[in-house]
Design a protein around this ligand. Structure first.
Ligand code: DX5
Ligand code: ZN
Length: 215
């Protein structure tokens, strides 16, 4: 099966964002990863619903919005209205996970949760019925270009095994590059998020083919 890669626009060139989106559309990706940071939950700031609504106007790709923000419940409606297809809240930021996931679904969006590398993956068990997507962080969120944390491979194997009877997509985010991607897919996960290892390449097309192992 072809590897499913969700390019992270965090490493794209925002001056020529349209070109950078078209470049990966042409390669055949089916989704884009949008990193929203609030400067509180993580020590960095990126963009919000306005930029996402502009991106929505220029692409039909599935937009997965990774909310690295405190109090995600307050903002879910805005990100749904901006055109996100999947909305991912952080386990560590939510005050009521079940309610937040239901809220995302009330807007007919896919509901996702992200877990940090030091959060016990078993804590997700009570929420499996409500989840469409699990995002396993393989770095601490906040910045692109960080080093992959090896111990998260264990969370990947555990969650792949324990979600077999559910219709949940499992994504892995952070430090996925040519040296780590094979081991990540070997765990059985569905999607990798790739930022710097794709958009940072001199030849993005060639790098994409190397990453999906079809060069
Ligand atoms: C990190 C973000 C990631 C980031 C990944 O906080 O959630 O999506 O863009 O970047 P790379 O692929 O460079 O590790
Ligand atoms: Zn992300």
């Amino acid at each position: 099966m072809t590897r499913n890669i969700s390019p992270s626009l965090l490493s794209a060139n925002f001056i020529k964002l349209k070109e950078d989106i078209e470049a990966v559309e042409k390669l055949g990706v089916n989704r884009l990863h949008l990193d929203v940071m609030d400067g509180h939950f993580v020590p960095n700031l990126t963009f919000g619903p306005f930029i996402i609504s502009q991106i929505r106007k220029i692409t039909d790709l599935h937009l997965e919005t990774h909310l690295m923000i405190e109090n995600p419940d307050k903002y879910i409606s805005e990100y749904a209205k901006a055109g996100s297809d999947t909305i991912i809240i952080h386990y560590e930021a939510s005050h009521n996970i079940t309610e937040d996931l239901q809220k995302i679904k009330s807007y007919k969006r896919n509901a996702g949760i992200a877990i940090n590398p030091d959060t016990d993956h078993r804590l997700l068990t009570p929420y499996l019925e409500d989840l469409d997507y699990i995002l396993i962080m393989s770095v601490f969120p906040g910045f692109g270009g960080q080093k992959f944390i090896e111990s998260t491979l264990e969370s990947m194997r555990y969650l792949v095994d324990n979600t077999k009877n559910h219709n949940i997509t499992i994504g892995v985010d952070g430090g996925v590059n040519l040296s780590t991607i094979d081991r990540v897919y070997q765990t059985g996960i569905d999607v990798t998020i790739v930022g710097s290892a794709l958009y940072g390449a001199t030849n993005v097309e060639q790098r994409y083919l190397e990453l999906i192992n079809e060069k």
